[in-house]
Design a protein around this ligand. Sequence first.
Ligand SMILES: *[C@@H]1O[C@H](CO)[C@@H](O)[C@H](O)[C@H]1NC(C)=O
Ligand SMILES: *[C@@H]1O[C@H](CO)[C@@H](O)[C@H](O)[C@H]1NC(C)=O
Length: 416
Amino acid sequence: MEPFTHRHCSLTTLLLACLFFSPIMVASLGINYGQIANNLPSPENVIPLVKSIGASRVKLYDADPKVLKAFANTNIEFIVSLGNEYLSTMKDPSKAQAWVKKNVQAYLPSTKITCIAVGNEVLTFNDTSLTSNLLPAMQSVHTALVNLKLDKQVTVTTAHSLAVLETSYPPSAGAFRKDLVDCVTQIVDFHCKTGSPFLINAYPYFAYKGNPKQVSLDFVLFQPNSGIVDPESNLHYDNMLFAQIDAVHSALASIGYKNVCVQISETGWPSKGDADEAGATSENARKYNCNLMKLIGQKKGTPMRPNSDLNIYVFALFNENLKPGPSSERNYGLFKPDRSQAYPLGFPAVDAVSTNSSSSGGHSGSGTGTTPSTSLPPASSSSGYLAITSDSGTSLSSCKSLSLYVLGFISLALQL
Ligand SMILES: *[C@@H]1O[C@H](CO)[C@@H](O)[C@H](O)[C@H]1NC(C)=O
Ligand SMILES: *[C@@H]1O[C@H](CO)[C@@H](O)[C@H](O)[C@H]1NC(C)=O
């Protein structure tokens, strides 16, 4: 029953990915700090907000120097990102090294950058050239970290949409889209060799929005409900997010990787939406995010991984007024731009004194060229949970042409 046993990540890798990079004794709430807005407070004024919700980890969609400088000596961990538009450039090892020097090394160790996310939801754009550039870009960035002797403290990963799954229900039947299996396998192999986590963006909201008559609101909002039992595993699920996460665990196991560290790089709920966006209310957003933050605080794992810490980055810190798309896209924030809570979060509010809005002219203003789309849950995510369908008509074989990467002593060590 376990034909791929040899591929399992070693305990060492696991320790690196799940324990070393996020100490187990720290309740590890993460928050996405998107900046597609022209009315956000200055990064200095954002620090108290991040602290007020007990977040110890922040994910950026770029490597905004203003943010990275402001958060120096706060002990808050950062995932910085390279947007999809960088993938072709970053294949070039010298360009990757220059980028890492300027955007990561320059801030260490005072700003605790622990991870670089290369690309966002690349595989579900169905763009063969983008897809074929993903792993080479990740490898170049990792090589740069090795050369700069930073690979022990900074890992390299990429964030996927839940739509990489072809089957997500029941959780035990979780499986990747067939046309993505080769590609995902190579990426997960990279995670195993380098000790980096597998990141997934998961939005029960999309499942509800797409199917409000059939999906139980209590089940998606972590409210008391009778839940579902997975007929194969007999495990009981009382919320959709855990079912989605375990579907990812099953999909990874089905390609031979049972012990990969899975982190949720985005999840959240909008507090406002258009008339046709069912469920986008501040009361639902409050329930989703407050219940989720409570769960994270309780250090509960999912039914399949009861003893693993949940590694979750809530989307997002602020409502972002310049995001395109339906109204919900601009209303995922826990906070409004004036730093007040978007709805009662169950944490004391930070005084709105001496806030001075720095109108940085939209987007990140970081010079790293992040486009608006990189911080969106893109349309492909909206296929969500129950609605993910199988369509094996198209096949992307671009990953097959990727050359095998030599990871030096790390892979040697793992073969011992
Ligand atoms: C914000 O900045 C502007 C211009 O720099 C200044 O005139 C104003 O007094 C400041 N407001 C506060 C509340 O500090
Ligand atoms: C990508 O391809 C899959 C499978 O063929 C399809 O279901 C999905 O809708 C496509 N997504 C986009 C954004 O085109």
